[in-house]
Design a binder for this molecule. Structure first.
Ligand code: 6PG
Length: 269
């Protein structure tokens, strides 16, 4: 054995980078597939528990490109066959202000994957009428009216799945945008300078932060820099995802979880 054999990269296992230090539970998996399995399993257990406890499950999903393969996985992987879709209410975290026939519509993508292939009752499918002038107040009323069936304190979303943009926006809460300072409304119309189309309808911090579980899904090397910025910290004005923190209006704060694949993790944690 040559004295240099121990330095042969081929045989040296890379030490695993530590999980990034983020507020809440951090779940890291080697690749997207394993990560989707972990997220899907956690989501299904939570959904089943909510159905047991409340009779239904309120799920708010993000659009964009990151979660689409995850939604497809939920439909095809037999692991998730017991998902209580019949008892699930499907909400949107945010929507682009385009008609549902536009290919940029979040609902169009999500519905074509989840609604068409699950038994979510049509009355539980809560699209945002994105082009209506009062799209935000209408959605807010729909949320309030639907959640009002729940006992006080439980009238909140059960699971909110968020993504993060390259500029660290989440939902359609963009850096320096008016929605960041909204404290009372559940849903607002907002706009972002770095996204297409810029005009959006979005859940506010108030609605997101009240959720029972807030999960943030981040995958791919393209998002590594954004993750490093979140770890470094900052004010929500610059870093909107930093404004997402479970609150406890009734004394029972929700849980924050980060689901990352290895590629999205910055070196050094
Ligand atoms: C949207 C989203 C948005 C998204 C981020 C990340 O409508 O675009 O709901 O908040 O989660 O922009 O988008 P990607 O997953 O496409 O990177």
């Amino acid at each position: 054995m040559s004295p240099d054999a121990s330095h042969d990269d081929h045989y040296t296992l890379e030490p695993e980078a530590p999980a990034p230090s983020l507020p809440g539970r951090v779940i890291v998996r080697g690749d997207e597939e394993d990560l989707h399995h972990a997220l899907g399993s956690d989501l299904m257990v939570h959904a089943q528990n909510c159905v047991r406890q409340f009779g239904d499950f309120h799920l708010a999903l993000s659009g964009g490109s990151t979660p689409m393969p995850f939604y497809r996985r939920l439909m095809v992987d037999p692991t998730f066959r017991e998902f209580p879709w019949k008892r699930t209410h499907l909400w949107l975290v945010d929507e682009r202000r385009v008609p549902v026939t536009d290919e940029r519509s979040n609902w169009a993508h999500i519905a074509s994957i989840l609604l068409d292939h699950s038994d979510i009752p049509r009355a539980h499918a809560h699209a945002i009428d994105a082009t209506a002038v009062d799209a935000d107040t209408r959605y807010e009323k729909e949320l309030q009216a639907t959640l009002a069936w729940r006992e006080k304190g439980h009238d909140r979303l059960d699971f909110v799945l968020l993504g993060v943009g390259d500029d660290c926006h989440t939902a359609s809460l963009f850096p320096h945008s008016p929605a960041l300072s909204e404290r009372d409304r559940l849903v607002v119309i907002n706009a972002g300078e770095t996204v297409t189309p810029p005009d959006r309808v979005t859940l506010t911090y108030k609605t997101i932060n009240a959720a029972r579980v807030i999960a943030v899904l981040i995958t791919g090397a393209k998002k590594r820099e954004a993750v490093a910025r979140i770890v470094a910290g900052g004010e929500p004005e610059e870093l909107p995802i930093a404004g997402v923190r479970p609150t406890s209006p009734d004394g029972s704060a929700g849980e924050m979880r980060w689901y990352l694949d290895r590629a999205a993790c910055p070196a050094g944690g």
